[in-house]
Design a binder for this molecule. Structure first.
Ligand code: NI
Length: 178
């Protein structure tokens, strides 16, 4: 397993549409393993393949608490999804403060359906359906947006979005100059 470099805005690759995976092969599993290691290292609760520059419809998540009251190491509960599709959403909405490893250190509230059902292929290539609620529902919708070039900042006002992209573009230019 390898920790990969995470792309950040304004990298144009984050805006591309990702291709479906034809079959969950060992190569795809190796990609999922790298994605999980990269996500845990960051640390984050979700990562889509395009965030490490691979334009495939794959995502990983782990929304388990990162600390435990008894001080024991937290239990990992990784979820990997290949070709995920949202098949149902609730009418009820919820508002969560979101962040993204590709928009580092920026957090903003986004309203999304409070619950959703996702159909996908698991690590073994078996079709699964998962009912998601709470933080998992928000996370999976956020990650699936990435597969079509979407970012959570797209839900913000144009003013806010342009401000944040400008900030990252400026920081990138300064890094390139240095
Ligand atoms: Ni993200």
């Amino acid at each position: 397993m390898t920790i990969r470099t995470i792309l950040t805005v304004p990298d144009p690759r984050l805006r591309q549409k990702c291709a479906p995976v034809a079959e969950v092969t060992d190569e795809v599993r190796a990609l999922l393993d790298d994605m999980l290691e990269t996500m845990y290292d960051a640390p984050g609760i979700g990562l889509a393949a395009i965030q490490i520059g691979v334009a495939k419809r794959c995502l990983v998540m782990d929304v388990s608490p990162s600390t435990r009251e008894d001080g024991e190491p937290p239990q990992k509960n990784p979820i990997t999804m290949v070709n995920p599709v949202i098949t149902r959403v609730s009418e009820e909405m919820s508002d969560y403060e979101e962040g993204c490893l590709s928009v580092p250190e920026y957090y903003e509230f986004v309203e999304r359906p409070a619950r959703c059902t996702v159909r996908y292929l698991d690590y073994d290539g078996v079709e699964q359906e998962l009912d998601c609620e709470g933080m998992l529902a928000t996370c999976v919708q956020h990650e699936i947006d990435h597969l079509d070039g979407g970012l959570f900042i797209d839900y913000l006002s144009r003013l806010k979005r342009e401000r944040i992209v400008r900030k990252f573009t400026k920081a990138l230019k300064q890094r390139e100059k240095a």
